[in-house]
Design a protein around this ligand. Structure first.
Ligand code: AMP
Length: 398
């Protein structure tokens, strides 16, 4: 049965409990400052929709950081409550804890319309997907909404088990709807040529997605530290570049597969003697002893540009180098620029925290087909075609 979204619900006079992903980055020196509000901004559409369509109360929930099941002051949702109040131009009450006794009183008697529960991960039951905890949360609402795409790959009480208490009253939010619709263009039958660009650091984390993509893509372009195990496995020297034996073994396995020839590897590099040190261009695949690769080189970027020309679907996950350091950011920003110049009949999807932050930093996010709010979630969705948080919304529908 098809998933139901919030725009199919009758919200008149209903109390709505909604899970969002307000796991925003905070300033290291001053955790009251949110350094990137994107995830909250993306949630506003659903929040406003719920209010403009007659709901009487809205209880918001989210996690923030990894407090490991106990209250940790620096992971308080207070800055989120403040930002929401500003954006919605209304009071947003933050409860002392997700299980605070005053919550029900506030919901039944008070004037308060929007209540934000304190970080659900302050309770160890959340990550344990505990049924009793889920039941207590469920008591706050007549209707449940999940709009936390970034947390939908987690099987936690507020994303998964809570659905058991909302048979036929559980809905996906509008952000979840947008994410699923964009990802379906990759998961179902992507228009070809379909080119995937995979970068970042850990082969083992992305191995399944590479295997899954290989059967569908026209080319799979590899960059970042991800490239070195593949180069090593192909017999090239990689100097002191980031690489381990386990990743080389995984790369060998992938290269041996039937579609292994679709993998395209860097032909030149920007290297240094030390991490983030003076840059040195290496004009061929082999990296000399004592040097480490920190970005793809200019010839590689040209080849990747050529492979991307004419593509109808592009998926990008993971940076092409140590892009946080400007000296080694040209490959990553170069890819962002190429994708932003893609013709309108090419659908570009950017997922994964670092590539998303590169696209945002370059001011090119609006030029992409879709920028996913969930790194791990988008990869897992492409790999499996579903996520626990989305599957659970169907509990009551069977
Ligand atoms: P991931 O989380 O797997 O997408 O990896 C992202 C991280 O990989 C970023 O912090 C990058 O700076 C880092 N990275 C990418 N390329 C390299 C490289 N060649 N050497 C070291 N770190 C890299």
């Amino acid at each position: 049965m098809a998933l139901k979204f919030i725009d199919q619900a009758d919200l008149t006079d209903k109390k709505v409990i909604a899970r969002f992903d307000f796991n925003v980055p905070l300033d290291k020196n001053d955790p009251s400052i949110i350094t990137d509000t994107t995830r909250i901004d993306e949630a506003l559409e659903t929040i406003k929709y719920i209010f403009n369509n007659g709901a009487s109360k809205l209880v918001l929930m989210s996690h923030l950081g990894r407090p490991d099941g106990k209250p940790v002051a620096k992971y308080s949702l207070e800055p989120v409550a403040k930002y929401l109040a500003e954006k919605l131009d209304t009071d947003v009450v933050l409860s002392e804890s997700a299980l605070d006794r005053s919550i029900k009183t506030l919901l039944n008697l008070g004037e308060t319309k929007i209540l934000l529960l304190q970080n659900v991960r302050f309770h160890e039951e959340e990550e344990k997907n505990d049924r009793e905890f889920a039941k207590k949360l469920a008591e706050y609402g007549d209707i449940y909404v999940n709009d936390a795409f970034g947390a939908a790959h987690r099987k936690h009480a507020s994303t998964y088990e809570i659905n058991a208490f909302f048979k036929n009253r559980a809905y996906g939010g509008l952000l979840l709807k947008r994410e699923i619709s964009a990802l379906s263009k990759i998961v179902e039958s992507p228009k070809t040529p379909f080119v995937a660009i995979v970068g970042g650091a850990k082969v083992s984390d992305k191995i399944k997605i590479i295997e899954r993509l290989l059967s569908n893509v026209t080319h799979l372009l590899i960059g970042g530290a991800m490239a070195y195990p593949f180069l090593k496995a192909s017999g090239y020297d990689i100097g002191t570049s980031l690489c381990n034996d386990e990743d080389i073994a995984l790369a060998k396995k992938i290269l041996r597969e039937k579609s292994g020839h679709k993998i395209v590897l860097p032909v030149d590099h920007l290297c240094s003697k030390e991490f983030g040190g003076e840059p040195q261009v290496v004009e061929n695949r082999n990296i000399p002893e004592g040097l480490m690769g920190l970005d793809i080189g200019p010839k590689t970027l040209d080849i990747y540009k050529e492979k991307l020309s004419g593509a109808k679907t592009v998926l990008w996950n993971g940076p092409m180098g140590l892009f946080e350091n400007e000296t080694y950011s040209k490959g990553t920003f170069g890819i962002a620029k190429i994708l932003s110049d893609a013709p309108s009949d090419c659908f570009t999807l950017v997922g994964g925290g670092d590539s998303v932050s590169a696209v945002n930093k370059a001011g090119l996010a609006s030029k992409m087909g879709h920028v996913s709010t969930g790194g791990g979630a988008s990869l897992e969705y492409i790999e499996k075609g579903n996520l626990p948080g989305i599957a659970a919304l169907r509990f009551g529908l069977e």
